[in-house]
Ligand binder design. Structure first.
Ligand SMILES: Nc1nc2c(c(=O)[nH]1)N[C@H]1C(S)=C(S)[C@@H](COP(=O)(O)OP(=O)(O)OC[C@H]3O[C@@H](n4cnc5c(=O)[nH]c(N)nc54)[C@H](O)[C@@H]3O)O[C@H]1N2
Ligand SMILES: Nc1nc2c(c(=O)[nH]1)N[C@H]1C(S)=C(S)[C@@H](COP(=O)(O)OP(=O)(O)OC[C@H]3O[C@@H](n4cnc5c(=O)[nH]c(N)nc54)[C@H](O)[C@@H]3O)O[C@H]1N2
Ligand SMILES: [Mo]
Length: 719
């Protein structure tokens, strides 16, 4: 009996149940969290799912979203066949067509744009899903367009670039050896459930945990020895204040600073301005707590830090706030040291796993030239440090056609709801684009603007290559056949490459041929991988990766040092006004006129994660939606009382850009003056309240988590 047959017998005794358990993975969430999934299949249908026991990364765990997998897969709004638009863009009227016809139309229309304008006039876009990216990235390049762009324009990459221009590389927390964990905007319970175990173990060893958050979270409650409930968007000031305390009290590791860092004197001078009194005023924190956080972090080392993919860098001052926090790591001698933060190179899909693949070469060795990427003129640092277009400039370029027109958008997972001023973007696309293709699982609001819509299938209906920390690779097998006429995204891309006769034998050879090329040299082939349906250890993997490389060989920065003063930022044309030091600016500095303050007195933070929501992809998944049926915003009880609002009231949330209607949740977990909500609802799209130019000039990231707003009781009949 196989391991799975034994498991089935233990769970469901009896003969001939007709049920089989098949291993797969859950891809609802981010690439670092693709939990192993066991699917119980009967008559070609999944009737139950649970986490894969013994999975080397997820260890049998599955979060709220993953547990609703069945409900997600069998949703009624799944796109069933290729579709051609027959109504107005946005109207949602389509007719089914065959795959052949769809490919033929796409090939013809994309080539038309290429010939009439240029290949760069086709923008290739991807929403949140990452698994197909190497294939897709290369597809865009082989087609000839420089414009491949993704949700990376608003997720995590600001942090990565800030790391690169400071340390030359990113530093992952070495939780296993730290004595103190600085959980700066860390709430693993909601956004990274698998990470909580590491923090719990640290505590069990007697380690200390500091949590800095704007809301009282499960991490604050369950893990924190010290919890600082900070005013939103003021983290940069706190980090500089902590730096001053660390320097003034002699807690800095001056040997490290002298040997390995650059620009300490300027940094010290900057920090000098951030007195305890001033920082307490900006951040709303008790001076004693600030002092204690600095003392604990600097003196109870080694100390590692959590760097959030979104919470900080979703403020228009977020890039430098992140740098200011990162600098604390070097100031205390914790960067690239055991128990601190140190670099672990990416293996595949930009995830660290301890072995090498040719993912980046595969994506980039066909990179075309001949035009600047979208956003290059506005966000030079982004453009210099990351090989994707900055999608936050897409709307402007489509509208203004400078420096050249963009006339077609080819998208996998188009979801305009992630973009600030969503409705305006959709209108601009509707008016100005010649051709739009969208490949998605579900018929969402944005897909309705596409000329051709193609049905993708979910992770349980296809195969996927995935790497895991610890040196593992898996090539999953489909647990069920693709539903309806849906296909795997990578098959769609490779088939289209053939129809278009793109000049690339790898893409035309199919997904597995591409993967064979990518993993060559790691010690396993696709044939080897296919023999297992759970992750296998890669022979060339070295894990754990050890720290110390930068200290020994020099940091990968222009000076070879950790740069408090970034020489790469200093080299950017001064007309962009970028500060080489991690200086602090107000996160509402573009909205501080007296009229704005009066009209929009609240601070709107959107998108702090909730365990049963992820972007817009599960809002229509009934089980998950039932946990929070109405679009809801949270407000402190004092403010609610002042506004005459009660729990469950219908209210209008407004900003200078628009209004939406939401239900009110009254809470003690956020401070007065702050309003919290999540994006992704079609009927209450909070991104219509965020200005498209409310962007961080360093990264181009939008200030999703820092916008002025107001809330008033809805005058209409309460529902
Ligand atoms: N206001 C506000 N806005 C935000 C954020 C915030 O915090 N606040 N967070 C930002 C961040 S960090 C992110 S990452 C983005 C994410 O935002 P999006 O990229 O919009 O994320 P999703 O809505 O999850 O997914 C996009 C689309 O991909 C589809 N999809 C799912 N799986 C597949 C697949 O396998 N193939 C294909 N072809 N399509 C698939 C989904 O159905 C969906 O329509 O949102 C950003 N927007
Ligand atoms: N359940 C769930 N999990 C997710 C996602 C999801 O949508 N749902 N999205 C995934 C994606 S794409 C991303 S990018 C990551 C993001 O994951 P994280 O980086 O963890 O981001 P958040 O949960 O938005 O923010 C973390 C904490 O920061 C706090 N915070 C917000 N603003 C501020 C601030 O100004 N200062 C401080 N100090 N704290 C602040 C929030 O209250 C929250 O508790 O999550 C991933 N995981
Ligand atoms: Mo994200």
């Amino acid at each position: 009996m196989t391991e799975l047959e034994m498991k089935l017998k233990a769970k469901i005794p009896g003969e001939d149940t007709g049920i089989e358990i098949r291993h797969s993975l859950c891809a609802i969430c981010s690439p670092s969290h693709h939990c192993g999934l066991d699917c119980y299949v009967k008559d070609g249908e999944i009737i139950r799912v649970e986490g894969t026991p013994g999975h080397p990364y997820s260890h049998g765990k599955l979060c709220t979203k993953g547990s609703a997998q069945r409900n997600y897969i069998y949703r009624e709004d799944r796109i069933k066949t290729p579709l051609r638009r027959v109504g107005e863009r946005g109207e949602g009227k389509f007719e089914p067509i065959s795959w052949e016809e769809a490919y033929e139309i796409i090939a013809r229309r994309l080539n038309q744009v290429k010939e009439t304008y240029s290949p760069h006039s086709v923008a290739f876009y991807s929403g949140y899903s990452k698994w197909y990216r190497p294939i897709y990235h290369r597809f865009a390049y082989v087609f000839g367009s420089v414009n491949f762009g993704t949700d990376d324009s608003v997720c995590a990459v600001a942090k990565k670039i800030a790391d690169k221009v400071t340390a030359g590389c990113e530093g992952a927390p070495d939780m296993a050896h730290a004595n103190t964990f600085l959980g700066w905007n860390y709430d693993g319970y909601y956004s990274h459930h698998l990470s909580v175990e590491g923090v719990r173990k640290l505590k069990e060893r007697g380690g200390k945990v500091i949590i800095i958050d704007i809301r009282d979270t499960p991490a604050a409650k369950n893990l924190a020895d010290l919890f600082l409930q900070i005013n939103p968007g003021t983290d940069g000031a706190l980090a500089l204040g902590m730096a001053k305390l660390i320097i003034d009290n002699g807690w800095a590791d001056m040997e490290y600073v002298e040997q390995y860092t650059y620009g300490f004197e300027q940094y010290k001078e900057l920090a000098e301005e951030y007195t305890l009194e001033k920082v307490s005023e900006i951040t709303g924190l008790d001076p004693e707590d600030i002092y204690e956080a600095a003392r604990l972090y600097a003196t109870n080392g080694p100390a590692c830090t959590n760097y959030s993919a979104s919470a900080l860098v979703h403020h228009i001052n977020g890039f430098n706030s992140h740098r200011a926090i990162l600098c604390l790591s070097a100031l205390t001698g914790n960067f690239d040291r055991v128990g601190g933060n140190y670099p672990i190179p990416a293996s595949y899909l930009r995830q660290p796993a301890g072995f090498k693949t040719r993912d980046e070469e595969f994506r980039n060795n066909r990179e075309p030239e001949g035009a600047p990427r979208i956003g290059a003129g506005r966000f030079p640092l982004w453009d210099a440090k990351f090989n994707e277009f900055q999608t936050m400039d897409l709307m402007r370029q489509i509208e203004e056609e400078t420096p050249y027109p963009v006339k077609a958008v080819f998208a996998l997972g188009l979801n305009a709801k992630l973009f600030p001023e969503t409705d305006r973007l959709l209108e601009v696309m509707k008016q100005k684009l010649d051709f739009i293709v969208d490949v998605d699982l579900f018929m969402n609001m944005s897909a309705k603007y596409a000329d051709i819509v193609l049905p993708a299938c979910t992770s349980v209906e296809r195969s996927e290559l995935k790497c895991y920390r610890g040196g593992y690779l898996v090539y999953t097998k489909p647990a069920i056949e693709p539903l309806y006429e849906s296909k795997s995204d990578v098959d769609i891309l490779c088939e289209l490459a053939r129809v278009m006769d793109l000049d690339d034998d790898l893409l035309k050879g199919g997904y597995e041929a591409c993967l064979d090329w990518i993993i060559e040299g790691c010690g396993l082939t696709m044939e080897d991988l296919k023999k297992s349906d759970v992750p296998v250890r890669v022979p060339s993997a070295v894990w754990p990766v050890k720290p110390g490389g930068c200290l020994k060989n020099g940091f990968p920065t222009p000076t070879g040092k950790f740069e408090f003063y970034s020489t790469e930022i200093a080299a950017v044309d001064p007309k962009y006004g970028l500060d080489p030091l991690p200086g602090y600016r107000d996160s509402l500095e573009d909205q501080n006129s007296p009229e704005m303050r009066e009209q929009y007195p609240f601070y709107l933070c959107t998108g702090a994660r909730l365990p049963y929501a992820i972007h817009s992809r599960v809002h229509k998944t009934p089980w998950l939606r039932s946990l929070r049926p109405d679009p809801t915003c949270e407000i402190n009880r004092q403010d609610a009382a002042c506004l005459g609002l009660k729990e469950g009231d219908s209210a209008v949330l407004s900003s200078p850009y628009g209004e939406i209607r939401m239900k009110v949740k009254v809470t003690g977990k956020i401070k007065p003056g702050v309003i919290l909500t999540v994006p992704g609802y079609t009927e209450a799209n909070v991104n219509n309240l965020i200005g498209r130019d409310h962007l961080d000039p360093y990264s181009g990231f939008p200030g999703y988590k820092g916008m002025r707003c107001n809330l008033r009781k809805s005058q209409e009949a309460e529902t």
